[in-house]
Design a protein around this ligand. Structure first.
Ligand SMILES: Cc1cc2nc3c(=O)[nH]c(=O)nc-3n(C[C@H](O)[C@H](O)[C@H](O)COP(=O)(O)OP(=O)(O)OC[C@H]3O[C@@H](n4cnc5c(N)ncnc54)[C@H](O)[C@@H]3O)c2cc1C
Length: 698
């Protein structure tokens, strides 16, 4: 797993499936690279390849230098188009016009030129390129964005009529025409492309068989379980799936049509003969590196580039599927788009650096949402690595995480994933995932109880910020736009933060981000009694833990009142049952918040009452035990009691003082203490029951 870092900010991840190069919205990228003032207006820049990456590079460069002299070459006989949308086009979901990409505005960028021609030769010393017609074009800087082509496996019979690849618009148009007459299509390859081709081709009730050499569909992105689920979904579309077996040979009829034989069937590795009239090869890609190799640039699997995306020639760059960075070539569009923005910045005089891309796929495969990032399949064996999975069969949901030293190194989800943004964030930033989050995940399929991102500004508009009053992020942003100046006005306007107040740090964060300055955070209502109560509870809990145990006197006459209370059978029962009662009340009190029972009155009062109750509990504990920690079960119960009280008091202190912390910090600390308090409360009822049983029955 690698990460991209540029100008010390990192690339935010864009949805691959939702990528729309038509819309010039490289917004995440815009913020990462610093536009520079260095003028390159007189330099001639040539870009070879008008795929999504070449197009993004041009737009990024012209954004920085609107008058730059840029000439873009594409060798497909069309206006640049969105390759990612080809499967939707084949499936008849979008029209031809809808996949076209718009070229930069000629009036705004008078020095931009798009030429349809194949660049055949590069003279790096003379700094010019030659196209297929023999025309020369001089350059100061050259950018390779030549992408990749379909890999054609070496299968006997692959040259027959009726065998297609699926990479470009021409292929798609051929397939589009073919599908109306085809009776049975065999798709070779069960990766994303093969699946998309199979889905698109099945729309006219053509019989489809998908042959996958790997052990499961999308074997690089999915594990066994997700692969099974996907296969089931694909089969429900009427597509037959064969896994762990490739196509060994393609057969043809004896008769020759237009100088070639037509396909009649295939034989698989496991010996099955399948009759078919069409074969579609979706068996991977090959980077277009021949031109670079002939130009004496360093080439491995792709054109080798450094962190500035320069090739072995300083003024020649390579980006997208044709390039190789630190031994890595990418087969998805997003890394290429990230590289395009960085190369544009570097050429415009910036100092951005490319350190690699995170492989994150957000895909819609055969109508099903599938997310995959980092290491999922073929995991290496490391100490401190763990794998946790969750499945809800009824909802058709499956999620899995791979952790290494408490950080996400791989994640996978089949079906809806509301936490996706936050998971991506945590994955990208290498955030620590705590053990209790794993417990939550195993139980609910979520890592975070409130399903939100830590940075409120990144939340979707419809996400609920104030759970108590159901106030969304959109409403808060609207209120701020309407003129709310601070947190108090925001709360008054929207009602957010007026019940339990746990969203107040988020409101503070939003106000801060809106105003661009650190807002003074509002104090929690009732913060003073909570502060005092919590302090007293902490001191008392501390006393119990460290005060020497009260001694037992030899005679009843010398017994003091304190000893009478903790040592006398009757008073022991009184204090014991009072403690039990207080504990039950304390547990019930938390329902006010968890169930959002607004009819119970102001939450701030209940919180203060909860603090007082904590104080009473710890006092009662002293009367009940006389500072004795006990042994065995009793000792466990005491430790648990002290942990509940100590962590509860800690949570109280954090709540009372959260106005002193930064909004983000306050929220994290509050949540951590509150959840720790709740977690240690879980064993308490069982330990209490065991204690009562042991006293009365044994
Ligand atoms: C059907 C389909 C669906 C896909 N779906 C997804 C998806 O959902 N998500 C995803 O992340 N990726 C997807 N991809 C992959 C994605 O399209 C590629 O990652 C992306 O197109 C790479 O962009 P590129 O500009 O680097 O290369 P390309 O798109 O290959 O563009 C390179 C261009 O350069 C031209 N060229 C090459 N040599 C020369 C030359 N000498 N002179 C002039 N021009 C030249 C080529 O003809 C081509 O037009 C899909 C691909 C296909 C085919």
């Amino acid at each position: 797993m690698t990460a991209v870092m540029m100008n010390s900010s990192s690339v935010s991840l864009k949805e691959v499936q939702e990528f729309d190069p038509k819309n010039d919205s490289a917004d995440s990228l815009e913020t990462q690279t610093t536009p520079t003032t260095t003028s390159i207006t007189n330099e001639k820049i040539i870009v070879i390849g008008s795929g999504p990456v070449g197009m993004r590079f041009v737009k990024e460069l012209l954004k920085r230098q609107p008058n730059a002299h840029v000439q873009l070459f594409g060798n497909e006989p069309f206006q640049p188009y969105n390759r990612v949308q080809l499967s939707a086009f084949l499936a008849g979901e979008v029209s031809r016009d809808e996949i076209d990409l718009s070229l930069p505005d000629e009036e705004l960028h008078p020095n931009f030129k798009f030429t349809i021609a194949t660049i055949k030769e590069i003279n790096s010393e003379g700094q010019y390129v030659t196209d297929g017609r023999g025309d020369y074009y001089a350059f100061d800087r050259l950018v390779f964005a030549t992408g990749a082509r379909a890999h054609v496996p070496n299968i006997p019979g692959v040259e027959q009529t009726g065998v297609y690849t699926f990479r470009n618009l021409k292929d798609t148009e051929f397939l589009y025409a073919r599908v109306t007459s085809a009776r049975h299509v065999v798709v070779v390859g069960g990766g994303l492309l093969g699946l998309e081709a199979a889905r698109a081709l099945s729309r006219l009730n053509t019989k489809i068989t998908l042959v996958q050499q790997g052990p499961r569909l999308m074997n690089r992105q999915l594990d066994e379980r997700a692969g099974d689920m996907l296969q089931q979904q694909v089969e429900e579309l009427g597509i037959r799936v064969i896994t762990s077996s490739g196509v060994r040979s393609i057969h043809s009829a004896d008769e020759v049509v237009q100088g070639r034989h037509s396909v009649t069937g295939v034989t698989t590795y496991n010996g099955e003969e399948i009759e078919c009239d069409t074969v579609v090869l979706c068996a991977g890609i090959k980077p277009n590196v021949e031109l670079a190799r002939e130009s004496k640039l360093k080439v491995a699997n792709g054109i080798v580039v450094n962190d500035s995306l320069q090739t072995s020639e300083k003024n020649i760059y390579a980006i997208g599927e044709c390039c190789e960075h630190q031994g890595e070539t990418y087969g998805l569009v997003n890394p290429g788009l990230e590289q395009a923005a960085i190369a544009a910045d570097v050429i415009a005089g910036g100092h951005s650096q490319y350190l690699g891309s995170l492989t994150i796929s957000r895909l819609k495969v055969v109508g099903q949402k599938v997310y995959s990032m980092g290491e999922i399949a073929e995991l290496s064996n490391r100490p401190f690595q763990s794998v946790v999975a969750f499945e809800d069969k009824k909802e058709g949901i499956y999620r899995k995480f791979v952790f290494y030293k408490g950080k996400i190194i791989g994640a996978l989800a089949y079906g809806e994933w509301p936490e996706l943004t936050r998971v991506q964030e945590a994955f990208k930033q290498g955030r620590t995932i705590y053990p209790w989050q794993l417990i939550t995940f195993r139980l609910t399929g979520r890592l975070w109880v409130n399903e939100q991102s830590e940075d409120i500004i990144n939340w979707p508009m419809e996400s609920v910020v104030c759970q108590c009053n159901n106030v969304s992020q959109g409403e808060l942003v609207h209120a701020l736009a309407q003129g709310c100046q601070n947190q108090t006005e925001l709360s008054a306007e929207t009602g957010a933060g007026t019940v339990c107040g746990s969203c107040k740090p988020l409101l503070g964060q939003l106000v801060e981000q809106h105003s661009g300055e650190t807002a003074e955070r509002e104090k929690e209502s009732g913060w003073m009694p909570v502060l005092i109560g919590s302090l007293i509870a902490v001191i008392l809990a501390f006393l119990i833990a460290f005060q020497p145990e009260a001694s037992v006197s030899d005679s009843v006459i010398t017994q003091g009142w304190f000893e009478k209370i903790w040592n006398d059978g009757f008073w022991k029962q009184v204090t014991g049952f009072t403690l039990l009662g207080l504990t039950v009340i304390g547990l019930l009190m938390s329902l006010r918040k968890r169930m959002n029972w607004q009819w119970m009155g102001k939450f701030a009062y209940w919180r203060t009452a909860h603090t007082v109750l904590g104080m009473l509990c710890v006092a009662m504990l002293i009367f009940h035990t006389g500072f004795h920690l006990g042994v065995n079960l009793n000792q466990l119960l005491m430790i648990n009691f002290l942990a509940v009280i100590g962590l509860g008091a800690g949570a109280g202190l954090v709540v009372a003082l959260s106005h002193k912390l930064s909004a983000r910090h306050a929220m994290t600390v509050r949540k951590t203490w509150t959840w720790l308090h709740i977690l240690v409360t879980w064993p308490l009822p069982a330990l209490l029951a065991a204690h009562i049983l042991s006293v009365y029955y044994f």
